[in-house]
Design a protein around this ligand. Sequence first.
Ligand code: ADP
Ligand code: MG
Length: 212
Amino acid sequence: MQSDSFTSLALTPQFLANLTTLGYDHMTQVQAETLPSVLAGSDLIAQAKTGSGKTAAFGIGILHKLNPAWFAIQGLVLCPTRELADQVAGELRRLARGVGNVKILTLTGGVSMRPQIASLEHGAHIVVGTPGRIRDHLGRATLDLANVQTLVLDEADRMTDMGFYDEIAGIVSATPKHRQTLLFSATYPDDIRFATQGFLRDPLEVKVEGKH
Ligand code: ADP
Ligand code: MG
């Protein structure tokens, strides 16, 4: 049985202190079952209910590897909707206080391209966005994913339901082959398994039944 203390993970004192400030006293179940492997670099498929703390499970994974001194997009999180992308970006910003100066950019539809392009020109460490808009930026060569170390497919079941498969496949192919890929979902039916298996390399599969 794993420890549920964040101190059992190889995190810096500053990172742990920030978690305490955020009121994160111990890991939720999905965090305890995934973070040791995520921090070790494994690909992952995690299935757990809404509200179980999945964002921090991948957020800590991205931030652990991130080099703030290297101004390149090192983490990419794909979400089904603008609202979810905003929520994820907010949580990543809170977690990133334990790392230093980390620039997190959201790229979603429903707003004009121009300010997003201007922000991209200034650079970012992490991009959180919806597949359609990310694909748009790739098509215009305003987004460079060649340095992505960690790719997250959040709410993969909803993204697949919404017909984002082709966009996701195009985005995945714009990231490096040696990346770490983490897939999170509330459900994990067979059609998602088949659709996404080519994106993951020997993934650990974790299924959490309870809420926490
Ligand atoms: P999910 O993506 O599984 O739906 P979230 O990542 O949005 O869940 O987390 C739900 C809520 O729980 C958020 O408000 C988040 O800040 C909080 N949370 C996550 N992990 C912890 C933790 N270890 N301790 C306390 N609160 C946490
Ligand atoms: Mg979530």
